[in-house]
Every structure is written in structure tokens, then in C-alpha cells.
Design a binder for this molecule. Structure first.
Ligand SMILES: [Zn+2]
Ligand SMILES: [Zn+2]
Ligand SMILES: [Zn+2]
Length: 424
């Protein structure tokens, strides 16, 4: 039987230090030999570093003359503890890496609790950014991205003040930093009957809204989006009020990846996009450690490319995505089948430890087709543009998405605040 050589991971999450010990994506120093480590987002590699004499620069240990040199992120020291690198040529005043630079507003870091929370959020941000960059998706701040910049406001509700609404508006993601508090987040998860709620999940959901606006709205993908997800021009505020008031339809699982996804086509897209990143990042990590979902001893009923074929269109009408890049449907189906088998095993492992399921979701055929559209949009973006600032679809009109973390009893929502964030 021929040996199967899986593709190398997009982002290797561990590597061997020069001393032979394993070091990981988030490490800034080898705990054994104390070698400095830094993550280069452009090459997606964790590098062992040595200082360049009489400068603030670093180079790979043992690198030859003329090899690339780096700066370490200015947030290496302090609560963020960022291990990312900047190229030598980046002499921006902030000295921040391309991930830290996305954060526009930090909570008051003189407060001990905020420092702890920010460290957790920044860890999730770097995880998010690493896969976005590796997938070739635009992730640059306003001023660098010529179309629509991405940014984060990390806000804490002031004592007696209005709650912070986690959400997205025109590239700006607002995150309530209290989501980094395990007890608080678990309480919200339980109150909202969600099977899964994490910082990384929030970020992947909100960035999904960003990419809808950046890559789908006003583009060739809008018609196939509406065909699968529904018409996003439906009254958004009314849809969310309905969802929070009466809950999801009983049969949401037959069409959506999550109950919240059934509230509005925008939320459906954001939830599906988050799932796509869960799948791509986790499978990539597994592959980096030699774990192949296809090799596990679990026989699921597998999806096939026939499951991606839409129901017959009325005679004489073209499918809304006729002529658009299809990518390789069998590669996508292989990916999802691998995900099903890997998560099937991981769920059992979680149960063996008495933990909640690792992946507490079931995919329906319509949800699979939505996931496929996300995959196609991402693949098309990858094909046309290498990572880096670049032109894209024309910037559409302002839009605001408010997240489900809006107070379930409905008193946490400020229209004026949202309108102010949306801008002209
Ligand atoms: Zn070492
Ligand atoms: Zn940084
Ligand atoms: Zn949302």
C-alpha cells in the first residue's frame, strides 16, 4: 500500500527547538534552553532567534549574512506577551506586530483583572490572525487596507454604565472583555442555551461579518449567498428581537449550523464562517502533529459531492452561481469527512474526561452547502491574492451587526450607539 503524504500544515503549531525540546506557537522562549522564539506571520513559522549586535534587531539562530532580520512586537513585554515578529523594514512608531496593531482600543491596563483578560483575548486574536493570514484573507487595519480595514475595540462595561455589545460594524469588531472571564462567559452560554461559547469562537464569528461585507456584499458571490442563506435585506433588528423573544424555530437544525444562525442571513453566514475556521484550523493543527482524521477507526456515513448539488432549478433559469469559481468539490468533501471523523473521536475523548463535547454540532445538508460557499469564497480570495494589502471589491455601504451576546432580556442594546459606530 503506498504511503500517504498529507500536505504540510498551513501553520505548524509546534516545532523542535535547537535543544530538541518541542516549542509551541505561543512560546516566546524555550523553557529548557532559554532560546528566544518569535512567530513570523508571513512565513507562518516559529523561529529560534538571536540578537543582532548593537541593534534592536533579531535574526534566526545561525543565519547567514543577508538573511532576513526581525523586530519583536512592542507588546512582548506587558500583559499581552506577544511573541510575533515584524520585518526589519517595518519601522512604524508603534513597534507593534500586524496582529496587535489591529486593536484600536484597549481597556484600562492599570486594572489587574483587565490585564489578565487582555492576555487571554490577545492569545485568541493571534490564533485567529495566524489562520486568516495563512489562508490569504485580507486582515489589515484601516489605512493599510485600501478597501475596508479591520480593527478591534476591546471594551469593558463601566461601573453602572451601559453594557458593551459584542459585534461588528464596518470592519470594527467590538468585544466585551468580560467574555474572557470563564465564570461570566459560562453564565452567558448557559442563559443563551448555547452548546459552545469561547473567545476564539466570538472572534471567528465577528470576523465572518467582516468578510461578508469585504468579500460578498456587492460582489459576484451575493446572488449565491442569497440563494443559500436567504435575503439579508430582511429587517435585521426585527429578526434579532424575534429570535431573542421567541427563540429559534424548532427545526433550525435542518438548515443551520447553530440555533443563533437561524435568526438572520447575516448571522447564518457569520456562524457558518466561524465553523469553517474551526474546521480548517483544527484539521490543520491535527495534520501538523501527524493526526489524520481519515485514519481514525470510525465509520461515519460520509458526505459525497452529490450532497453539494442544489435542487433542480426551475426550467430556463440559471443557477445563481453559474460561472463562478467552483474550487474542487471533492477536496471540500474530503475535508468535511475528515472533520466528521476526527470530531467523532474527539467527542468521545472529551466524554472520557467528563468534559463537554469537543464539537457539539451536527451538520445538515443545507448547512454543508452553506459551508461549501464559504469555502469557495475563501478559496477564490486565496487564488487571486497573496497575503498582504491589496485591492478588493468596492467598499459597500455601512452595515452594523450586533452579536447574540446582546443581553437576552433586551435591555443591553443601544441603537444610538450602534448607529454612531456605523457612521456615514
Ligand atoms: Zn530549547
Ligand atoms: Zn504583537
Ligand atoms: Zn453576529
Amino acid at each position: 500500500m503506498p504511503t500517504r503524504h498529507p500536505a504540510p500544515p498551513l501553520v505548524p503549531r509546534a516545532t523542535d527547538c535547537r535543544c530538541g525540546r518541542p516549542v509551541f506557537f505561543r512560546n516566546s522562549q524555550c523553557l529548557a534552553c532559554k532560546t528566544a522564539l518569535g512567530y513570523d506571520p508571513e512565513s507562518a513559522r516559529l523561529l529560534a532567534l538571536e540578537p543582532v549586535r548593537q541593534s534592536a534587531l533579531w535574526r534566526v539562530v545561525g543565519a547567514r549574512r543577508g538573511a532576513p532580520r526581525y523586530r519583536r512586537c512592542a507588546n512582548l513585554a506587558g500583559p499581552v506577551g506577544c511573541n510575533w515578529l515584524l520585518p526589519e523594514t517595518d519601522t512604524s512608531e508603534s513597534g507593534l506586530c500586524r496582529c496587535c496593531r489591529l486593536t484600536r482600543t484597549w481597556p484600562d491596563l492599570a486594572v489587574e483583572q483587565n490585564r489578565e483578560w487582555v492576555a487571554r483575548i490577545a492569545t485568541a486574536q493571534r490564533r485567529l490572525l495566524s489562520i486568516l493570514i495563512a489562508l490569504g484573507l485580507p486582515a489589515w487595519p484601516a489605512g493599510v487596507d485600501p478597501v475596508l480595514g479591520l480593527g478591534f475595540d476591546l471594551l469593558r462595561q463601566p461601573e453602572g454604565g451601559a453594557p458593551v455589545i459584542t459585534g461588528h460594524a464596518d470592519g470594527l469588531i467590538t468585544l466585551d472583555v468580560a467574555e474572557a472571564d470563564d465564570a461570566e462567559r459560562e453564565q452567558r452560554r448557559s442563559a443563551l442555551h448555547e452548546p459552545y461559547r469561547t473567545l476564539l469562537g466570538h472572534l471567528r464569528h465577528e470576523v465572518g461579518h467582516y468578510y461578508w461585507q469585504r468579500l460578498v456584499d456587492g460582489s459576484v458571490w451575493l446572488a449565491p449567498f442569497r440563494d443559500l442563506f436567504g435575503d439579508e435585506r430582511a429587517d435585521y433588528a426585527a429578526a434579532l428581537a424575534q429570535h431573542h423573544g421567541s427563540g429559534p424555530p424548532a427545526d433550525w437544525g435542518a438548515r443551520h449550523v447553530s440555533a443563533y444562525a437561524s435568526s438572520h442571513p447575516w448571522e447564518d453566514w457569520a456562524e457558518t464562517f466561524a465553523h469553517y475556521l474551526h474546521l480548517v484550523d483544527t484539521l490543520d493543527t491535527a495534520r501538523g502533529f501527524g493526526v489524520d482524521g481519515n485514519q481514525v477507526e470510525l465509520s461515519y456515513e460520509r458526505w459525497s459531492t452529490a450532497d453539494l448539488v442544489p435542487e433542480a432549478a426551475p426550467e430556463g433559469t440559471a443557477a445563481p452561481d453559474a460561472g463562478l469559481p467552483l474550487s474542487d468539490p471533492s477536496a471540500f468533501i474530503d475535508l468535511v469527512n475528515e472533520w466528521m471523523e476526527l470530531t467523532g473521536v474527539l467527542n468521545e475523548l472529551s466524554r472520557s474526561m467528563g468534559l463537554a463535547d469537543f464539537y457539539p454540532f451536527v451538520l445538515s445538508r443545507p448547512a454543508l452547502r452553506k459551508l461549501h460557499l464559504v469555502h469557495r469564497v475563501v478559496q477564490a480570495q486565496r487564488a487571486v491574492a497573496p497575503p498582504g494589502p491589496r485591492p478588493g471589491p468596492v467598499r459597500p455601504a455601512g452595515r452594523t451587526h450586533e452579536d447574540e451576546s446582546a443581553d437576552p432580556v433586551g435591555d443591553g442594546h443601544s441603537d444610538a450607539e450602534l448607529a454612531a459606530r456605523t457612521g456615514p
